[in-house]
Design a protein around this ligand. Structure first.
Ligand code: NDP
Ligand code: 2IT
Length: 453
């Protein structure tokens, strides 16, 4: 690694204390970019990378709200407007007790490169709150969303910043947020994506991240003349991304044997079929229950509690060919990565954002497996968000087939960009370098064109 990159990372750590996930995301990208910065001194003298790692704007605000018992709650809300060189800020909102400024800065930073890879005109942003939505009534969630939007509305707009869902923010939350925005502004506009189908949402948006991650895995396998048919797959999470990853894998003839939530995971050796997946979707999206209940319905499956402080996660310690981490950041550590390799996994497609630690990534790269990093593999979600924005601007809706075809084409293009870029910079097969450099170049060139702003 060059001295320049070493110094830059040291400076990021010194000036952004207590933000380990942000340091991690920047370090990974900066290491890839050292290849570009050596060849392109003009980016270095224009301080492009130094500018990209500094958010254009951080909004942090109080979210006071009153529950149905009259009790007052105070949460913290954020929106990180990271980079607008190639389009309005775009990225999800996360509601989870672990949310803080550092987590959202890592997510917003990743989003800049991911959105650039989609080929659509979207800058990068991310936001959310430390609210814990677990076990809260619909009324509590509605009151919270209304309070959150009562501040956020003044900072966003269809040509400024367009939020969407992420962990803890799905169709229900987007509905409440949209309703409050419309009331405050007296405007019906494409201000959020992931909207309901009869009020401006796009077909395939709920499916897009999971389907996209599977399309990306299929592209990676095709480079070795293989398909997903008959492959055994480990999927983590049981939310939006995990559910539609599983659906597409079933459609393509693969066998999914695991799903999880933050309490534990299920292992179903026979495979999760369409009927079992329907049960999971109802359990998670309607009943808002726990994955443990799967084994009450399907007693041949095994439930194991996950201890987050344990040395490794047993979910990643089963025999399989493919892994689709689709829960959260750093869910695969170095030991998990080694267990995956030992268990026969040679395809990893990241539905979650930054699910693998830096030393875990090194294991994947050393073993030359097909490793698709999140900013490439999970870009299908934001890509269809971009298509939702286009449809809103045209006041028109494309059919399911049209959107799915566009999504599939975008995932193929992202895969090609990764492969071609990795080749061009002398690291064939390295999708990490391919995604980081491929995403960077378009943003960097736009910033060069637009001057020091
Ligand atoms: P959901 O809220 O729908 O589901 C999240 C799932 O991950 C749940 O099963 C949840 O379990 C589990 N999970 C969350 N936090 C943790 C944790 N700390 N440890 C273990 N498990 C956890 O979110 P999504 O499916 O939308 O998001 C999953 C991942 O995909 C995230 O990394 C997100 O950033 C990423 N992503 C999402 C996109 C989208 O379009 N939604 C697009 C691109 C990436 P529990 O219920 O117990 O909390
Ligand atoms: O991480 C992500 O790409 C998302 N949560 C989706 C963002 C979006 O704007 O659809």
């Amino acid at each position: 690694m060059s001295q320049y990159v070493d110094d830059l990372i040291a400076d990021v750590k010194a000036t952004n204390p207590s933000e380990p996930e942000f340091h991690q995301a920047v370090s990974e990208v900066a290491q890839s970019l050292s290849l570009v910065l050596d060849r392109h001194p003009e980016y270095r003298s224009a301080k492009i990378l130094e500018r990209i790692i500094e958010p254009e704007r951080i909004i942090s605000f109080r979210v006071p709200w009153v529950d149905e018992q009259g009790e007052i709650h105070i949460n913290r809300g954020y929106r990180i407007e990271m980079n607008s060189a190639i389009g309005p800020y775009k990225g999800g909102l996360r509601f989870h007790p672990s949310v803080n400024q550092g987590i959202l800065k890592f997510l917003a930073f990743e989003q800049v490169f991911k959105n650039s890879l989609t080929t659509l005109p979207m800058g990068g942003g991310k936001g959310g709150s430390d609210l814990d939505p677990k076990g809260k009534s619909d009324l509590k969630i509605m009151r919270f969303c209304q309070a959150f939007m009562s501040e956020l509305f003044r900072h966003i707009g269809p040509n400024t910043d367009v939020p969407a869902g992420d962990i803890g923010v799905g169709g229900r939350e987007i509905g409440y947020l949209f309703g409050q925005y419309k009331k405050l502004r007296n405007e019906f506009t494409g201000i959020l994506t992931g909207k309901g189908l009869n009020w401006g949402g796009s077909l395939i948006r709920p499916e897009a991240t999971g389907y996209g991650s599977v399309y990306f895995a299929a592209e990676m396998l095709q480079t070795r003349g293989e398909t997903l048919e008959g492959k055994t797959c480990l999927v983590s999470g049981s939310g939006n991304v995990a559910q539609y990853t599983t659906e597409k894998l079933i459609q393509l003839g693969a066998k999914v044997v695991t799903l999880s939530d933050s309490s534990g995971y299920i292992y179903d050796e026979a495979g999760i079929d369409t009927e079992k997946l329907e049960f999971v979707m109802n359990l998670k999206n309607v009943k808002r229950g726990r994955i443990k209940e799967y084994v009450e319905k399907y007693p041949d499956a095994v439930y194991t509690a996950i201890d987050p402080t344990a040395e490794f996660n047993p979910l990643w310690n089963h025999k399989a060919e493919c892994a689709f981490p689709s829960a959260t950041q750093n869910e695969i550590n170095v030991k998990d990565a080694q267990n995956l390799i030992n268990g026969g996994v040679y395809v990893v497609s990241e539905g979650a954002n930054m699910p693998t630690t830096m030393d875990g990534i090194d294991i994947f790269l050393e073993n030359k497996i097909l490793y698709g990093p999140g900013k490439a593999a999970n870009a299908g979600g934001v890509a269809v968000s971009g298509l939702e924005m286009s449809q809103n601007s045209m006041r028109y809706s494309w059919s399911r087939e049209e959107v799915d075809t566009k999504l599939h084409g975008i995932m193929k293009d992202i895969h090609k960009t990764c492969v071609d870029t990795a080749d061009r910079f002398g690291t064939p097969g390295n999708y990490v370098n391919g995604a980081n450099i491929g995403g960077f170049l378009k943003v960097a060139d736009a910033m060069m064109d637009q001057g020091v702003v």
